[in-house]
Write a protein of this length. Structure first.
Length: 482
């Protein structure tokens, strides 16, 4: 039974907790009577939980519900940083959550309802943002609410069934692939150029090579140090840490031996412990400038002014082609995956090298098929000028509609013609009925018991059956090869 006692001038309550064990709790500045009432109330509450009539988390839910939502966001930020996420990823996720909280005017967790979030995301969409951006904002908010549920701060994740938009219906930036000749010209022109966007020409050329040879993204490349490269031996690799990988796991990517040799020479002059490719966020502008240098060099190779003008208008080495498709730094990843798919590798290998969670993303969005590749796969179509198989070939195999008997023009002899699977047998003698043979009509017979052929033997005559051997030679028995 609950009771109260005094210790060092303060009253304490003594009662059985949710596990049925005696415990005590201070009652603050309460008197003896108040301490007894609190002790009895706490014991009754613990009994309800212990006997399954109350949710043990209910009190936690109540206390978290009255806290300002800003405190929960601060705890969410600390959790993301503790998991090893990059500062940029943490800042972007918190910015998304703050944007929705501001749009919904949410002060407590209860204000962040599903309807309020839907309305806020719809309002953001009306501002002209791309659907992929709207989905990213919604994804960050759903991650936040999912963490609240997992941490025991809310009873139910009411955003679990809130769906995003179909981003395929609003593609703002459609990327394209380029030929190997274009990529080679870009690398040559970049390597011969000077410093741009804080990187030397050789550094930018290595960045393009590495992106096209591994499929790594800008942020993944920018995080690499000398320790990220294992270039010795017959199986060189490049790795990226889980904190900088988009799928939040350490990735080790195999690379070509020629690329490994170039990287080994380049890394020899780089210090250890620091990023070797400090790429900025303006990689699209950086690549566009190097593409224009490569295009000018290609234009100078023209033999006439007219040809030079035509090369200037061509899509070759243009950051944006005539259909509005762009080739930016991330398109180098598209180039890498497209070449992997074109190599004939299995779907599983393509998915693993692309580091995607599903092959649908690998083959549907990143693998670009050129017109020349499609032309190689075209089936042949009959022209209609002549049959596909000549009649003479059919006659040679005996499968056309010729007569079952043919007469030799030289000696007048008549020979059997094969028809389908059967060959007409002539001048066979009929046997008596005692051996399961049946005469038909004017001496023709069927091999009823054999079951393999019902073709009549024309011109068969009556004969007496001999018991000392088979009348018709069985080639399957005489020749074991058959």
């Amino acid at each position: 039974m609950a009771s109260a006692f005094q210790h060092e001038g303060r009253w304490h309550a003594r009662f059985k907790d949710e596990r049925g064990k005696w415990t005590s709790r201070t009652c603050g500045g309460a008197d003896k009577a108040t301490a007894k009432r609190l002790a009895q109330a706490w014991e009754d509450e613990a009994r309800e939980v212990r006997e399954g009539r109350a949710d043990p988390r209910a009190k936690r839910f109540q206390s978290e519900a009255v806290r300002p939502i800003a405190e929960h966001i601060a705890d969410f930020r600390a959790m993301l940083a503790a998991k090893g996420n990059t500062p940029g990823h943490v800042a972007l996720a918190i910015a998304h959550v703050d944007r929705i909280v501001k749009a919904t005017a949410a002060a407590r967790l209860a204000d962040l309802s599903a309807d309020a979030v839907r309305s806020a995301v719809a309002a953001i969409k009306e501002e002209g943002l791309a659907l992929r951006t709207c989905n990213a904002i919604l994804r960050s908010v759903k991650t936040f609410v999912g963490w609240l549920e997992a941490d025991g701060r809310i009873r139910h994740n009411h955003l679990r069934h809130v769906k995003g938009f179909n981003a395929e219906a609003d593609k703002r930036r459609v990327r394209r692939d380029i030929s190997d000749d274009e990529l080679a010209r870009i690398i040559i022109a970049t390597k011969a150029g000077g410093v741009s966007f804080g990187l030397s020409g050789e550094d930018r050329a290595i960045a393009y090579k590495l992106a096209a040879g591994t499929g790594f993204r800008r942020g993944e490349l920018a995080s690499m140090t000398k320790a990220s490269f294992a270039l010795e031996g017959d199986a060189p690799t490049v790795k990226v840490s889980a904190a900088y990988s988009k799928r939040r796991r350490g990735d080790t990517q195999p690379i070509d031996a020629a690329l490994a040799a170039d990287l080994a020479k380049w890394l020899a002059t780089k210090p250890a412990g620091v990023p070797v490719l400090p790429l900025t966020r303006k990689t699209a502008e950086m690549l566009a400038g190097d593409m224009w240098k490569a295009k000018r060099a290609w234009m100078r190779e023209a033999g006439s002014v007219q040809e030079r003008w035509e090369r200037r208008k061509a899509d070759f080495l243009n950051p944006t082609d005539g259909e509005g498709r762009v080739f930016d730094f991330h398109a180098l990843r598209h180039h890498y995956i497209s070449r992997v798919v074109q190599s004939g590798a299995s779907v599983k290998v393509c998915q693993e090298l692309a580091r995607h969670s599903t092959p649908v993303l690998t083959l549907g969005r990143y693998a670009h098929v050129r017109l020349a590749d499609l032309r190689k796969a075209l089936p042949g179509v009959p022209t209609g000028d002549k049959p596909t198989i000549e009649p003479a070939v059919l006659r040679a195999t005996g499968t056309d509609d010729s007569a079952p008997y043919q007469t030799d023009a030289e000696n007048g002899a008549t020979r059997a013609q094969q028809t389908g699977r059967e060959t007409v047998r002539t001048n066979a003698n009929a046997c008596d009925e005692g051996h399961a043979l049946r005469l038909v009509g004017n001496g023709e017979k069927h091999l009823v018991f054999a079951g393999n052929s019902k073709t009549p033997r024309l011109g068969a005559g009556s004969c007496s059956n001999e018991g000392d051997g088979a009348r018709t030679r069985n080639h399957r028995i005489d020749n074991p090869v058959l």
